[in-house]
Design a binder for this molecule. Structure first.
Ligand SMILES: [Zn+2]
Length: 500
């Protein structure tokens, strides 16, 4: 009972006046104005995606220009012309998709000169006009070159680039936009209220995604859903259209984040076994990940790394395009997720070297890390100047020519040497070296590594900076009293040597 009345929502809610056309305000305002001022063109091209209101608007326009007393550019709905509009022989609809239109256009050319039978204007609405054959276009062009004053053409098309330029140049072109999510869901809400349908906001968003901005599709989806229940929620939509649930998407993303390969493979295999439409699946993943990305930047949510989501959304987008010609989309979908794990885990590894607790890092790790916190070229240049102009008489237990400063922050400095044993010597004598710096008013902590290690550290640093990882100071482990005594003794001894 209720079911049958619901089934025709699209017909039932077809807009009857300009004010009822959804999401095309600019076009509708311009057309109303032209009706009001009688300045409308004699040939229009309405172009735009399917289901955006082109044909409906064409019919309203035909009604409005024939209306005996239009109200603010809108058809009055009460005059003879408005009342008889649907059966008027002067409104001629041609569907160019049904055949190539040669016969229709030929007939059009024969009859076009005849005055309208009961209206002010004969209106020819040619749907899918890009489907006309070359011959039909030629015939149409001849008509457009010298159109009788009682004729208006409205050519509607989803593929305007297929229309010959000679035709286009004789028409006023209006571009219909894809209906926005906001416009569409607001409109669906109004219909739900009128029809006493219980539909959750979440489900409305999902209907919009499924319709891809096509109102006709959105209403037919609503019709379909109402066949099983007058209550529509997310589950109803997911079940009827075999869509992946938000919960499953979250599980997939968490598995990717945690490198849980088994879960990824099992989840995607399950979706494939259930026969989910893979294109619809990818589209839903893209829409979901887009929202997650925005949340990270907008609300600083840290549920998933932005890098991981970005990588994933790029792969999925590519996959979506290829899926039209590729049979292995499910396999590629797995790889897209697996690919994003590897990156994420690599990312984590790089980060842990910086944020690990001091007890897991030795003094070399800590000083390298601390040097990177504020390392800069200026500090390195100063250190190099100082190091190269070293006073040769200074007593120090290392041969300074064996060591080269490679990084400095002014507080920490890194020196490389060719030989592991030279590095060890430097690190054993580091307090002595620091003490030496101290005398020149340089409070600097030093460490040495071999060239190879330095190259690794430098690359890791560059990668971290690129990924936006911040370096923070790590405390050095507290030296046990015994060692401290020895250190002090060593420094003290050295000082005595220096002074003498
Ligand atoms: Zn009227």
């Amino acid at each position: 009972m209720a079911e049958t009345s619901y089934r025709v929502l699209y017909r039932k809610y077809r807009p009857q006046i300009f004010g009822e056309v959804i999401g095309q305000n600019t076009i509708v305002t311009a057309l109303k104005q032209s009706v009001k001022n009688s300045t409308f063109a004699h040939a229009y091209v309405f172009t735009g995606p399917r289901g955006t209101g082109k044909t409906s608007t064409a019919k309203i326009m035909a009604k409005a220009i024939n209306c005996e007393s239009p109200i603010d550019g809108e058809p009055c709905g009460k005059c003879q012309s408005c009342i008889n509009f649907k059966t008027s022989p002067d409104i001629i609809e041609i569907d160019a998709a049904s055949n190539n239109g040669v016969d229709e256009i030929r007939e059009l050319r024969t009859n076009i000169a005849l005055a309208p039978s009961s209206s002010k204007y004969k209106v020819y609405i040619i749907d899918e006009v890009h489907m006309l054959s070359a011959g039909a276009f030629n015939a149409l062009l001849k008509t457009l070159e010298e159109p009788p004053s009682h004729v208006v053409f409205i050519l509607a098309t989803t593929e305007v680039y297929k229309i010959p330029i000679t035709i286009l140049s004789r028409c006023q072109r209006l571009d219909f936009k894809k209906i926005s999510e906001n416009d569409m869901t607001n409109y669906l809400k109004i219909i739900c209220q009128k029809e006493k349908i219980n539909c959750t906001e979440e489900a409305l968003d999902e209907i919009y995604n499924l319709s891809e901005g096509c109102l006709r599709d959105a209403l037919s989806i609503l019709d379909q859903l109402l066949k099983s229940s007058s209550e529509i929620n997310m589950d109803t939509v997911l079940e009827r259209y075999e869509l992946i649930s938000t919960k499953t998407i979250d599980e997939l993303l968490s598995a990717t984040k945690n490198g849980n390969v088994k879960t990824i493979i099992e989840t995607i295999d399950q979706l494939m076994t259930n026969g989910y439409n893979v294109q619809r699946l990818i589209r839903r993943l893209i829409v979901h990940i887009e929202k997650e990305c925005i949340n990270i930047k907008l609300k600083n949510q840290k549920k998933y790394s932005y890098q991981m989501l970005k990588k994933l959304i790029f792969s999925l987008n590519e996959l979506y395009t290829e899926s039209r010609i590729n049979d292995n989309t499910y396999t590629m979908l797995k790889i897209a997720f697996l690919d994003s794990i590897e990156d994420e885990i690599k990312h984590e590894n790089v980060r842990t070297t910086v944020t690990n607790q001091p007890k897991q890092m030795d003094i070399i790790d800590i000083r390298i890390n601390n040097c990177f916190v504020e390392a800069n070229k200026q500090a390195l240049k100063q250190l190099l100047d100082f190091w190269n102009n070293f006073d040769k008489k200074t007593k120090i237990d290392i041969d300074i020519n064996e060591y080269k400063p490679v990084a400095s922050s002014g507080k920490y400095a890194i020196f490389v040497s060719e030989d592991e044993s030279l590095v060890d010597l430097f690190n054993i004598k580091k307090e002595q070296i620091e003490n030496f710096f101290q005398k020149s008013n340089m409070a600097i902590k030093v460490i040495s590594v071999v060239e190879e290690r330095w190259m690794q550290e430098k690359n890791k640093y560059k990668e971290n900076i690129k990924r936006g990882v911040k370096y923070n100071y790590v405390d050095e482990p507290v030296i046990k009293p015994k060692e401290e005594d020895e250190t002090i003794k060593q420094i003290f001894d050295d000082e005595i040597v220096e002074v003498s």
